[in-house]
Design a protein around this ligand. Structure first.
Ligand code: IVH
Length: 687
């Protein structure tokens, strides 16, 4: 194919892109695009170079192993180069069969020759490490770097408990062990949790990690060993470099598997999933079995690796451009892909919870086509700062719901607008509120909101509320889905015809439901209140409210302060009741229910408990003889006092018990009245 300027341009562009992303990945440990995307660009360049060999240059990204030496680390020249593995991108069973066929062909084996023995291993998703032992002691640990020259990271590696610092007597004088440093998924989650806490506290220069591989790479190549020490790392051995040769008293290994078992006997962690496999079909079986286990493994893998077991055959097969012919990596479908955000919608759940959801251009990831990814809640959405039009990395592992891992910053449009959580329910328009200490916004239009309809009706009908016999989940589903009822009052407007028209509803049962509805109209205020499904209002609170106010209208019109006077109603509950009845829609539903004939006996408001200490500020200190600190606080607050933590001029009384300290001194200094437990009881007049 003739080379055109267009092809030259594309090749240049690909090289530039690959250089940029390789730098982000290998040097900065901060990739901007998923591995699968990198692989795609890499393959495109490889193909163009194969078609147009005249365009190939020695500095093309296809011509090196990847990785670069970071300034600040001592450079180490590997005694035996650290190779790469050829990747089989055919993720089907044929990938394994092709490898076996290639090996047999390259060895010149006739079809009648017996099957080849392989070692099948996991392809750990971490970073490669060379551990050099001299006279049984860990002398040096180095990263792969560009395969020839790596970085000396011995200090950081010494902190990994799984890596032996000294070897048993039977180990050879020179031994280089190769393997993968990685971070377990649970360790990764804990680390990110810690990082989030630090960031929340305003720590500078801290960040969360995109995935365990990056967290591990970052820890290994951390210039400050004290930071590296706090990052939990693990290690698996899967190979070796220089070893004292048999002529000089070193071990005479003949197979890869035997070598791994010996490494294990010397104290190195070798995965228990590493196994022998004879012929291509056993490789296929391994690939499939591991594929099923993949999501339940405690660490990430991105494929499996097959290696010819016989070291003699390995030698005969040799290498092509730094990739041994005797090994291959067989991949699985990528669990991360890139796509764009078309919109960010807010989904309302059955309980009124608002969840921001990114609508994506369809993308095939983790084995399925994904079009939505949850952004969980306001804080998460803000932390990831996902915007409409953004290019994002989407992850789907196993049956876990797909999520947006990160935004690709370079691809953001200039005027992309930050997402803000709506303060109104997108389904019914009622106010959406986020309570203190909660992560979620919730719709407060419980009775009216279409998204919460089924839940609201079931709650209303349950035995402990309106007790509408026969109105269960199936019937509610049918009625709501069939458009027979939309809001609670519709229940009482149902006619026999409408009910009997529902599938599987005989006239007799329809009559029974109508009778149950009729009967339920005669109820009590606590049952009705509880049935409304106000957040935080359980049966007990409903009873307290009814007892305190006597009438529904008084509750509906009560201010937050008035609600706070009800025993056991704190600020969160008071706020929730108040907001609920502030919603016009909710009030309408209540009115309509009354108009439909729902009634109860109303009572008088309870006599207000006296608040002898209203407006007083009191400080507790030391140990009281009979009352605990909490009991004393409860008594004081019930009497209307404010209990404060420190003494000031505004303090009215200090209640001091045994071993009272500085607060007592301060009270004396300021001339604040000091009382003991008896004095406290006098104040409360409950002696
Ligand atoms: S063997 C001669 N075995 O994959 C082959 N590598 O591109 C040398 N890796 O950087 C590597 N699991 O970090 C080998 N079981 C395994 C592996 C494995 C993960 C990584 C390794 C290397 C890359 C190969």
């Amino acid at each position: 194919m003739p080379t055109t300027p267009k092809i030259q341009e594309r090749v240049d562009a690909l090289r530039e892109l690959l250089h940029h992303h390789a730098h982000r990945y290998y040097v900065l440990d901060e990739p901007e695009i998923p591995d699968a995307e990198y692989d795609r660009l890499f393959r495109e360049l490889q193909e163009l170079e194969a078609q147009h060999p005249e365009l190939l240059t020695p500095d093309s990204p296809t011509q090196r192993v990847g990785g670069k030496v970071l300034d600040g680390f001592v450079k180490v020249r590997h005694k035996v180069p650290m190779l790469s593995i050829r990747t089989e991108t055919d993720i089907e069973a044929s990938g394994a069969r092709n490898f076996d066929a290639r090996v047999r062909r390259e060895l010149g084996l006739p079809e009648s020759a017996p099957p080849i023995e392989y070692v099948a291993e996991l392809k750990f998703d971490g970073l490669a490490l060379n551990l050099r032992y001299e006279n049984g002691m860990l002398a040096q640990a180095a990263t792969r770097g560009d395969g020839e020259i790596g970085e000396e990271v011995t200090q950081n590696i010494r902190t990994i408990g799984q890596i032996p610092l000294r070897l048993p007597k039977d180990a050879p004088p020179v031994l280089e062990v190769r393997g993968e440093v990685y971070m377990r998924r649970d360790d990764f989650e804990r680390l990110n949790e810690l990082q989030r806490e630090k960031i929340a506290k305003g720590a500078k220069g801290e960040k969360t990690f995109v995935n365990p591989r990056n967290a591990a790479a970052g820890a290994v190549r951390q210039l400050d060993p004290s930071i590296a020490r706090r990052r939990p790392l693990s290690f698996f051995a899967y190979g070796w470099g220089e070893i004292t040769p048999p002529e000089q008293g070193g071990p005479a290994f003949t197979t890869h598997f035997e070598t791994l078992l010996t490494l294990r006997s010397w104290g190195f962690p070798v995965s228990t999933r590493t196994q022998l496999a004879t012929g291509p079909e056993e490789l296929v079986a391994f690939h499939q079995a591991v594929g099923k286990e993949r999501d339940s493994l405690p660490f990430d893998i991105d494929g499996v690796v097959y290696k010819v077991n016989s070291l003699e055959l390995q030698k005969r097969l040799g290498f092509v451009s730094r990739e041994p012919r005797w090994a291959v990596a067989h991949k699985y479908p990528a669990q991360e892909q890139m796509t764009t955000v078309e919109s960010i919608d807010v989904y309302v759940g059955r309980t009124g919870k608002l969840t921001p959801v990114a609508r994506l251009s369809p993308v095939f990831v983790g084995g399925v086509t994904v079009t939505n990814a949850t952004l969980h809640n306001e804080d998460e959405a803000r932390r990831k700062d996902v915007r409409v039009g953004d290019t994002v990395i989407v992850r789907r592992a196993g049956d876990v719901i797909p999520e947006v891992v990160a935004v690709v910053p370079d691809k953001r449009a200039q005027h992309a607008k930050q997402f803000t959580m709506p303060h109104h329910c997108p389904v019914c328009g009622s106010e959406a509120v986020r309570e203190e200490g909660e992560a979620d916004y919730r719709c407060t239009g419980g009775l009216f909101c279409g998204a919460q309809r089924k839940q609201a009706i079931l709650h209303f009908a349950q035995r402990r509320a309106m007790d509408i016999e026969g109105l269960g989940e199936k019937l509610v589903d049918q009625m709501v889905d069939g458009g027979v009822i939309k809001t609670l009052p519709d229940l009482y407007r149902l006619g026999l015809n409408a009910l009997a028209s529902l599938a599987r509803m005989a006239e007799k049962s329809a009559q029974n439901v109508l009778a149950a509805l009729e009967k339920s109209k005669n109820t009590t205020l606590p049952r009705f209140l509880y049935g409304l499904g106000i957040r935080h209002v359980g049966e007990a609170t409903a009873k307290d409210l009814a007892r305190h106010f006597g009438k529904l209208d008084s509750i509906m019109d009560a201010s937050v302060e008035e609600l706070l006077e009800v025993s056991d109603v704190g600020p969160v509950v008071a706020e929730s009741i108040h907001t609920f009845f502030q919603q016009k829609h909710n009030r309408e539903v209540v009115e309509q229910l009354r108009a439909c004939g729902v009634t109860w006996e109303e009572g008088e408001a309870a006599v207000r408990a006296p608040k002898p200490l209203a407006g007083k500020t009191i400080v507790l200190t030391g140990t009281l003889p009979t009352l605990s600190r909490d009991e004393a606080k409860d008594l004081l607050e019930a009497a209307g006092a404010k209990v404060a933590g420190s003494v000031s001029k505004k303090t009215d009384y200090v209640i001091a018990g045994a071993e009272a300290g500085s607060k007592l001194e301060k009270a004396r200094e300021l001339g604040v009245a000091v009382l003991d437990e008896d004095g406290l009881r006098d104040l409360l007049a409950v002696r």
